[in-house]
Write a protein that binds this ligand. Structure first.
Ligand code: NAG
Ligand code: NAG
Length: 580
C-alpha cells in the first residue's frame, strides 16, 4: 500500500535536475511510474467526480470483476496472471474495476484466513488449483483476505482504480428476492454485521491510493425492502465507511435491484460529511423483459428513459454524481433484446456523460450457479480469458470511455457531437468540402450546433450545414440552404427532414459509413423493427475538437509524454498485442 504513495516524490526528484541525461531519466521514470496508480483521492463537485488534487473530472470507465462467489477468489486467476488481467483491462480502455466481495470475507476470521488452495479444495475445484499454480503461484497459498488485497494492489500497480463493492453477505451467486442477502433483516443481512464488515474493509484499504470508492451494498431487494430502513442503515453504513477511510467515495445503491432511487426525490440523505457521496443504478436490457425485442424500439427507448429519469437520473439534476455500476449485453451478439437495448443505452449514457461499470470482464467463473467453469455470455473475455469475445462491441463502447465535459475539461465552447450509438462513432466532415460526410472517431469531430432546425458546424466559413435532397443519397454540407431536421419518435435520436420530392428522409449510414438520407424506420408504433442505424444522439461536449483525450488524468499525461497521437489506432494496437 505505502509503495503506491511514494511515486510523486520520485518524479519530483527527477524534475529538479536539468541535464540531458536527467531529462532522459525523467522520461523513463515517468513512463514506468505512471503505469502504476497515481495518488489521488477523488471527491465530488456538483454532479461530477473529480480528482482532488487537480479539480479535474475523473470519469470512471470501469469493468466489473467478481470475487463474491463461493471460492471468494477474484475470478480468472486460474487463466491468466493477475498482471495480465490488469493489462488487458487498461488496454481495452478501462481505467477502473468494480471489485465485488462477500461480507463474510472480512467478518468471519476462519473464512478470511483460509488459503485460496483450501477454499478451492473444499469446493472440490481441482482445475482452478492447477490453473492457479501455473498462472498465479504467488497467490494460491495466500489467505483469501491476503489474496483479495494482492489483487487490489496489482491492479493499482497497473494504474487501475478500484471500487470495492459489497455484493452479498454469504458468498455465492447473486441475486434473488429470497436468497437471504437482499435487505436489512434478511437471514444473512444483519445491519450490525454489515456495518462491521464495511468498517473493516474500508480500514483495510486506507493508504491504497487506487481504492477510490466503496459501494455499500449491491442490489437491495426482496419483500423486506422499504425506504425508511434504507435511510436508517445506509446513513449508518456511509458514516462508518467515511470514519474508517475518509479518502474514498461512498456509493449508495437503490431499492428493487438498484433500479429505484426515486424516494430520494423528496428526502435527501443526511450525512455529516460532504463531497464524497455518489449514487449508483443498474440498467440491463432484461430489466424490461423482452420488451426491446417485442416492441417498437423507438417507443421502448423513450418509455424506458422516461422511467429511468424518474427512478435515478433526476439525481444528476440535483447535482449528485450517478454511477451506472452495472449494465451489459450478451457478447455473442445473438440476443436481439440486448442488441436493441444497447443502442438506446449508449445514446443516453453519452448524453448524460455518466460514470459506469460494465458487467463484466469475467469470461468464465470457477463455479457459477453450481456449474464448474461456467461461461459468462456477458463477459468481455472469452471462456479461456484470452481472447475478446466481441471486439466490435468494445469499439462501440470506446467513445464513452472518455469524458465529454466536466470540471477541467472546458477547453472549448460547448458544442454538439453527432454520436451514432450503433457504431460508437460520430459524424465527421470529409477532408474537402466535396467529400461525403462519414462516421469516424468522436474525438475527431468538429463542433456542431443544432438550433432545433438546422445542424451545422460551428465557427467556419466553409460549407457548414446539413442538406439532404434525395433518398439513398449522401447528405451534403452546404453554405446556407440548410435542411430543417426534426427529432421524431420517442427515442429522441431520430433526425428527419423533408426531401425535394416532399417525402421524409432520416439521417442514416450506408455500408461504407457514409452519412445518407434513407426512409425513416419503425416510425409507426405497430412496427417491430430496429431503427438503430438511424439513431444519432446530439451530445454536449466542451472538449477541444480533435483532442482525443483519455479516460484518466494520469493516463493522459503518459500518452502525451510518449507522443501518441491516434487514440483509436493506439487502442487497437494494444488489443492486437493483447490478442497476440
Ligand atoms: C465462519 O465460517 C465457517 C465456515 O463456513 C462456519 O462454520 C462458521 O460458523 C463461521 N463463523 C461465524 C462466526 O460465522
Ligand atoms: C441531519 O442530521 C443532523 C445530525 O444528525 C441533524 O441535526 C439534522 O437535523 C438532520 N437534518 C435533516 C434535514 O434531517
Amino acid at each position: 500500500m505505502a509503495k503506491l504513495q511514494q511515486q510523486p516524490n520520485y518524479r519530483f526528484a527527477a524534475i529538479t535536475r536539468n541535464s540531458v541525461l536527467h531529462f532522459l531519466l525523467l522520461f523513463l521514470s515517468c513512463s514506468s511510474i505512471l503505469h502504476r496508480a497515481s495518488a489521488f483521492p477523488l471527491s465530488t463537485e456538483s454532479r461530477w467526480i473529480v480528482d482532488d488534487s487537480t479539480g479535474r473530472r475523473m470519469k470512471l470507465a470501469c469493468v466489473n470483476l467478481a470475487s463474491h462467489l463461493e471460492p471468494m477468489v477474484a475470478e480468472g486467476l486460474n487463466r491468466l496472471p493477475i498482471n495480465e488481467i490488469a493489462q488487458k483491462i487498461t488496454s481495452m480502455g478501462f481505467n477502473c474495476v468494480r471489485f465485488t466481495w462477500p461480507l463474510y470475507l472480512v467478518t468471519n476470521a476462519t473464512l478470511g484466513s483460509t488459503t485460496v488452495r483450501e477454499s478451492f479444495r473444499r469446493l472440490q475445484l481441482d482445475d482452478p488449483i492447477a490453473g492457479m499454480e501455473t498462472h498465479n503461484p504467488s497467490i494460491i497459498d495466500l489467505s483469501l483476505l491476503q489474496a483479495f488485497k494482492e489483487v487490489v494492489g496489482r491492479l493499482g500497480e497497473n494504474n487501475v482504480m478500484v471500487v470495492l463493492d459489497n455484493h452479498v453477505t454469504k458468498p455465492g451467486w447473486c441475486c434473488r428476492d429470497y436468497d437471504g442477502n437482499g435487505f436489512f433483516g434478511d437471514e444473512y443481512f444483519t445491519p450490525d454485521l454489515w456495518v462491521d464488515g464495511l468498517t473493516r474493509m474500508a480500514a483495510m484499504f486506507r493508504g491504497y491510493t487506487n481504492v477510490v470508492a466503496m459501494s455499500l451494498r449491491n442490489e437491495l431487494r426482496g419483500p423486506k425492502q422499504n425506504s425508511n430502513d434504507w435511510y436508517r442503515y445506509m446513513t449508518r453504513g456511509a458514516e462508518a465507511v467515511h470514519a474508517a477511510n475518509p479518502d474514498i467515495l461512498v456509493i449508495l445503491s437503490g431499492l428493487n435491484y438498484d433500479g429505484d432511487l426515486s424516494f430520494l426525490n423528496n428526502r435527501p440523505v443526511n450525512l455529516t460529511f460532504s463531497k464524497k457521496l455518489v449514487f449508483e443504478v443498474h440498467w440491463y436490457g432484461f430489466t424490461d423483459g423482452d420488451g426491446w425485442a417485442d416492441g417498437n424500439t423507438n417507443q421502448v427507448c423513450g418509455i424506458v428513459i422516461n422511467h429511468l429519469k424518474r427512478s435515478a437520473t433526476f439525481l444528476l439534476d440535483q447535482q449528485y454524481p450517478l454511477f451506472v455500476s452495472e449494465f451489459g449485453i450478451d457478447q455473442t451478439g445473438t440476443n436481439l433484446n440486448d442488441e436493441r437495448f444497447i443502442n438506446c443505452f449508449l445514446g443516453y449514457a453519452a448524453e448524460l456523460d455518466v460514470d459506469w461499470a460494465i458487467w463484466t470482464i469475467v469470461g468464465s467463473y470457477y463455479l457459477g450457479e453450481g456449474v464448474v467453469g461456467m461461461s459468462e455470455p456477458y463477459g468481455l473475455l472469452n471462456w479461456d480469458w484470452v481472447e475478446i469475445r466481441n471486439t466490435w462491441f468494445l469499439e462501440k463502447l470506446s467513445a464513452l470511455q472518455r469524458p465529454f465535459q466536466g470540471p477541467g475539461l472546458a477547453e472549448a465552447e460547448i458544442h454538439k457531437l453527432i454520436f451514432h450509438p450503433s457504431t460508437g462513432l460520430c459524424v465527421l466532415r470529409g477532408l474537402t468540402p466535396l467529400d461525403p460526410l462519414k462516421l469516424g472517431a468522436c474525438w475527431k469531430s468538429d463542433p456542431w450546433s443544432y438550433t432545433g432546425q438546422t445542424l451545422s458546424v460551428q465557427g467556419t466559413t466553409t460549407p457548414s450545414c446539413l442538406r439532404a435532397d434525395q433518398l439513398w443519397r449522401p447528405v451534403q454540407l452546404l453554405n446556407g440552404d440548410c435542411s430543417t431536421w426534426e427529432m421524431i419518435t420517442d427515442s429522441q435520436m431520430h433526425l428527419s427532414t423533408k426531401l425535394k420530392d416532399g417525402t421524409s428522409g432520416c439521417l442514416d449510414v450506408d455500408s461504407d459509413n457514409n452519412v445518407v438520407a434513407n426512409p425513416c424506420k419503425c416510425v409507426r408504433v405497430e412496427e417491430r423493427c430496429d431503427p438503430g442505424s438511424q439513431w444519432f444522439k446530439l451530445v454536449d461536449s466542451t472538449r477541444k475538437p480533435n483532442d482525443r483525450g483519455v479516460p484518466s488524468g494520469s493516463r493522459q499525461q503518459r500518452s502525451r509524454r510518449r507522443g501518441f497521437s491516434s487514440g483509436r489506432s493506439l487502442l487497437w494496437e494494444f488489443l492486437g498485442l493483447a490478442l497476440a
